[in-house]
Design a protein around this ligand. Structure first.
Ligand code: NI
Length: 189
């Protein structure tokens, strides 16, 4: 079921989500929440979503970049992470333009680590231990922030980068895409 997405100003987006006990991952309520998150994310043509964005304070997010998603990011397969932990593996950062389903029509540049380890559980309660590098790494960091009540706006270091989609396309997209190409070249993703 496609769920309504909470928007900036809703206090739930600022709360800390709670861990899902591993034995509850297979429960119908968690499984249907995951199904709803997938459907809601795809209906919105987004690249990620976190449970608090649909009003559920559980530590669950998912990432998926489809080829027809309007994003500069390369394809990334559907990855559901429950109780995620992220470790930064390098000091390499890059400022990515981000947007958020909960903050419609606003973009801004956020520094993200380019080399991370993601640990947690998948929807079958199997352990996940992934290395995520390059452009894709930023999505995982954005989604984890949602579980801690943090929005990308809080991490925009230069507020002059904030812009609407229309102005982003007009003034920033071309040069930003050229910089992203270099990251993809360096990291292969
Ligand atoms: Ni978001």
């Amino acid at each position: 079921m496609v769920l309504p997405i909470l928007k900036l100003g809703d206090p739930t987006l600022r709360k800390i989500a709670i861990e899902v006990p591993v034995e509850e991952i297979s429960s119908p309520s968690i499984q249907s929440l995951i199904d709803d998150l997938i459907e809601t994310k795809r209906a919105a043509n987004a690249i990620g979503i976190a449970a608090p964005q649909v009003g559920s304070l559980k530590r669950i997010f998912l990432v998926e970049v489809l080829s027809d998603t309007p994003s500069y990011r390369p394809r990334y397969p559907l990855t559901i992470v429950i109780n995620p932990k992220i470790t930064f593996l390098s000091e390499d950062y890059f400022e990515f333009y981000e947007g958020c389903l909960s903050i419609p029509d606003l973009r801004g540049a956020v520094p993200r680590c380019l080399d991370i380890r993601v640990e947690g559980f998948d929807r079958n309660a199997n352990l996940i231990d992934l290395k995520v590098r390059g452009v894709s790494a930023g999505i995982f960091q954005h989604e984890l922030d949602h579980l801690d009540g943090v929005l990308f706006l809080d991490k925009v270091e230069n507020s002059k980068t904030l812009c609407t989609w229309e102005e982003y396309r007009k003034h920033s997209e071309a040069s930003f895409r050229a910089q992203v190409k270099e990251v993809i070249f360096k990291y292969g993703c």
